[in-house]
Write a protein that binds this ligand. Structure first.
Ligand SMILES: Cc1cc2nc3c(=O)[nH]c(=O)nc-3n(C[C@H](O)[C@H](O)[C@H](O)COP(=O)(O)OP(=O)(O)OC[C@H]3O[C@@H](n4cnc5c(N)ncnc54)[C@H](O)[C@@H]3O)c2cc1C
Ligand code: SF4
Length: 512
């Protein structure tokens, strides 16, 4: 449907992981919920799995230009569809660690404590894993935080090439484990275990992304409406500035206003910031919810990420689904290393064309040869919140992402260390590429939650401190990026916020 009624109990901006999970949970409450999505459904078609379409033609990437800290324009790798960025995600659905919720000392500084401890958050992870349909083996990750039971589905297992590497790593004293993955790969599931998953959309609908697992069931409840191709321009408040009364949207070339009782911004860490900044008014001159802290848009994080190809010159790697294994032996400081270094996980199998898409002068035949013989890794380390790493709007309305990477020493050390390990198990040729600002896939932190309105944008329930009926539920809320993929934690927080809204906000308004 693409018509908009005048009034909803809850209006959610964005149908990605955060927005989808909110709609999913609130659909059971009897509230009338509207989701507004600037994109449409991503078609399921052959091009979903085409390297040319996805990486060279950027057929599905948002047609956006942002600017970096120097004002240089760039095209971000971001996706505007029902399901948001998760349509293209690698489906790693990993819990953050007990230590991630506390002050955690890094080489480059301290990752700050969260306003909630892991023990209080864990039940929401249980529910998030169930919602996302995670496959994995409880207890296999050597630094796994406490959990109440098994994962919803058993591990998808390693293919022989990856199992052989796991054996070699174990022989070196490492403890590789099955990466928790959200794909429909179990008895009766639709996944065929192909090689075009991480970075591609699933043409079978077998990836457990936000559209499939969160939005579709929400719509099936009959209590949730979804409008498509509708961009939210700004939020409007009452004269006091304490309540959002409506939102202004652009639909079919027309500007319309939708009213509601409760509003949730789930447009993603960068776009939620842009939306709240565009909503500045007399009572919120620095952007909605930014009066007390001036933290909106600050503390932007996106991880220190490096892709690595470890190449065996003579042996082909015939794996299809490579993203089945992870290594957490370097995640926390230990007797040998004073600082956390990060997580290593399998990357979706690289193909030559994926490499030449970014570096045009590379000969594709050579990259094909390398890719046929490589084992590919994603090396991910925490970046730290820095108020100067910041999302703002330029005077022409263009998004600016001013970002200077930090905490790099330990990331570089991890890359060097993993290089040594790969060489020692028979992969002499190593090619690495650090991800740059265009890779905003793990964007987070721009509206962090906290206990103190002077230093955070959101309270511990993700309500904007300065505004009574506005929540931000997407990757914005993360006070630290941790060294793990963010989506499961966004879902868990959405479940937590939805529970708060249901048991406190709705009950209070019913009583009133
Ligand atoms: C290639 C790739 C691989 C990844 N792999 C993993 C992985 O393996 N594991 C993992 O945990 N994470 C992974 N991620 C990251 C993960 O997908 C994101 O962290 C997550 O999807 C973020 O969810 P979100 O709700 O914060 O925002 P988004 O997914 O960005 O959703 C925001 C939604 O809001 C819409 N929107 C934006 N602005 C407006 C507006 N003004 N009006 C209306 N609608 C608007 C957007 O179209 C979008 O649908 C990956 C991401 C990518 C791109
Ligand atoms: S591996 Fe499975 S879920 Fe992923 S794209 Fe292939 S069929 Fe879809």
């Amino acid at each position: 449907m693409n018509t908009i009624d005048t009034h909803y109990d809850v209006v959610i901006v964005g149908a990605g992981v955060g927005g989808g999970a909110m709609a999913n949970r609130l659909s059971a409450t009897g509230a009338r919920v509207l989701m507004i999505e600037r994109g449409n459904y991503l078609p399921r078609e052959a091009d979903n799995w085409s390297v040319k379409a996805v990486f060279h033609d950027r057929k599905y990437t948002a047609n956006e230009t942002w600017r970096d800290k120097d004002g240089k324009p760039f095209h971000p790798s971001t996706f505007y569809y029902v399901g948001g960025n998760s349509k293209f995600f690698g489906a790693a659905t990993v819990r953050f660690r007990v230590e991630d919720f506390e002050d955690l000392q890094h080489e480059g500084g301290v990752a700050p404590a969260w306003p909630v401890r892991y023990a209080d958050f864990a039940p929401y992870y249980d529910e998030a894993e169930r919602l996302m349909g995670t496959h994995g083996t409880a207890g296999a990750d050597p630094i796994e935080p406490p959990r109440s039971g098994p994962m919803p589905y058993p591990t998808i297992g390693h293919e022989p090439e990856i199992e052989a590497i796991a054996e070699k790593l174990r022989a070196k004293g490492l403890r590789p484990f099955p990466l928790p993955i959200a794909i429909d790969r179990h008895k009766g599931g639709a996944c065929i275990r192909c090689s075009t998953c991480d970075g591609f959309a699933c043409k079978l609908g077998a990836k457990n992304d936000a559209e499939v697992r969160l939005v579709a069931p929400a719509l099936a409840s009959g209590r949730v409406d979804l409008v498509l191709d509708t961009k939210v321009r700004r939020m409007l408040t009452d004269a006091s500035g304490k309540r959002v009364t409506g939102i202004e949207v652009e639909q079919d070339g027309q500007v319309k206003v939708i009213s509601g009782d409760l509003f949730i911004s789930s447009a993603g860490a960068i776009n939620s910031t842009a939306l709240l900044l565009r909503s500045a008014n007399d009572k919120h001159r620095r952007g909605l919810g930014n009066n007390t802290s001036d933290q909106l848009g600050r503390n932007y994080m996106a991880h220190n990420n490096t892709a690595m190809m470890a190449i065996h010159p003579f042996r082909k790697n015939r794996v299809t689904f490579q993203k089945s294994m992870a290594i957490n032996d370097f995640y926390l400081a230990n007797a040998h290393r004073p600082w956390p270094m990060g997580n290593v996980q399998g990357l979706g199998k690289l193909q030559g064309g994926m490499l030449t898409a970014n570096v045009k002068w590379l000969p594709e035949w050579l990259m094909d040869r390398f890719a046929e013989r490589s084992v590919d890794w994603w090396i991910m380390s925490e970046d730290l919140p820095d108020p100067n790493n910041r999302v703002t709007l330029d005077s022409d309305g263009t998004i600016r992402v001013a970002y200077t990477p930090n905490n790099l020493t330990s990331h570089n050390e991890l890359v060097r260390h993993w290089t040594r390990i790969m060489r020692s198990i028979g992969y002499p040729i190593i090619i690495t590429q650090r991800m740059d600002i265009t890779v905003s896939m793990h964007q987070c932190g721009t509206a962090r939650f906290g206990n103190d309105p002077a230093t955070s944008v959101l309270d511990p329930t993700c309500k904007v401190w300065d505004v009574d009926n506005l929540y931000v539920v997407d990757a914005s809320f993360l006070p630290s990026s941790t060294g793990f993929n963010p989506s499961l934690t966004i879902v868990a927080q959405a479940v937590r916020t939805a529970e708060h809204i249901t048991s406190n906000v709705f009950k209070a308004s019913t009583a009133a």
